[in-house]
Design a protein around this ligand. Structure first.
Ligand code: COA
Length: 254
């Protein structure tokens, strides 16, 4: 368990808490923080002692999205080839991060207060559950910078209706915690002071369940969410049979 300059990693019993730690920059996602999150999520998922993960941000905000200054550096450093290569590598890193939440078997709960903008909104929604602090402002302001809410769009359109998703990425107006709750984007709204403890309490409840059953539940959830009904029922059948035989083996072992 190694914290870095940009990410604090701490264990509360079997819950690992990851705190994005660039409060002066509203936890904007530079390369170091993005890579740190990828590494930390992989490490937590590989650790059998970690049963659930909480992701939060230090200071006044959850996360202000992509580090705009770093982005400017990619395109303005006068070396077009290197800039293009750096931008490409960064796009892959960001995509890998957003992909990872649905690939790892450990459930992840976001504890988000203050601003969750662009990539920060994307991170909050990529988590399996979201506990919102009352001050949450979640939005996609990319168009205001002349860019596209690109990598974050895939998750957004899967989590709210199309009209709402398009409104969010086109108008760029942030939604408050109460609206996030009513849209089904958040699971709970609590005071900012209680946001991390509430997320940890939910994570602790998840941690009490059988690990392989929880992992299979998350894996199946993400598969059926994106499949046509007949195929979704087929993979559900496979999981059902696998879990029955698994339970039987464990009963026989006793
Ligand atoms: N990238 C890099 N730095 C950022 C940043 C980002 N996405 N968001 C905020 N910061 C920095 C600011 O530049 C400022 O740094 P400074 O003190 O060195 O000048 C610091 O964080 C605080 O920002 P500030 O705007 O004063 O904080 P605030 O609490 O008043 O407002 C936000 C917070 C998130 C509403 C505002 O900073 C903002 O709109 N950020 C951009 C969000 C965005 O467009 N994200 C999508 C990027 S594609």
């Amino acid at each position: 368990m190694t914290s870095t300059d940009t990410l604090i990693i701490e264990d509360r019993a079997s819950v690992r808490v990851l705190t994005m730690n660039r409060p002066d920059k509203r936890n904007a996602l530079n390369n170091a923080l993005t890579q740190g999150l990828v590494d930390a999520l992989h490490a937590a998922d590989r650790n059998p002692g970690v049963k659930a993960i909480v992701l939060t941000g230090a200071g006044k905000a959850f996360c202000a999205g992509a580090d705009i200054n770093e982005f400017g550096g990619f395109v303005n450093n006068g070396d077009a080839a290197n800039a293009a290569q750096a931008a490409l590598e960064r796009a892959h890193l960001t995509t890998n991060l957003h992909r990872l939440f649905s690939q790892i078997e450990t459930p992840v709960i976001a504890a988000a207060h203050g601003y969750a903008m662009g990539g920060g909104a994307g991170l909050a929604l990529a988590c399996d559950m979201l506990v919102a602090g009352e001050s949450l402002q979640l939005g996609y302001p990319e168009l205001k910078h002349g860019i596209v809410a690109a990598i974050v769009m895939a998750n957004l359109v899967r989590q709210v209706g199309r009209k709402t998703a398009f409104e969010l990425v086109s108008l760029g107006e942030a939604v408050e915690a109460s609206r996030a709750l009513s849209l089904g984007l958040a699971n709970r709204v609590v005071s900012d002071e209680r946001v991390v403890d509430t997320a940890v309490a939910i994570a602790e409840r998840l941690a009490t369940f059988d690990g392989p059953a929880m992992a299979a539940t998350k894996r199946l959830f993400h598969r059926v969410a994106d499949l046509p009904l007949q195929q979704a029922l087929d993979v559900s059948l496979d999981t059902n049979m696998m879990m029955r035989s698994f339970r039987q083996e464990r009963t026989n072992d006793k």
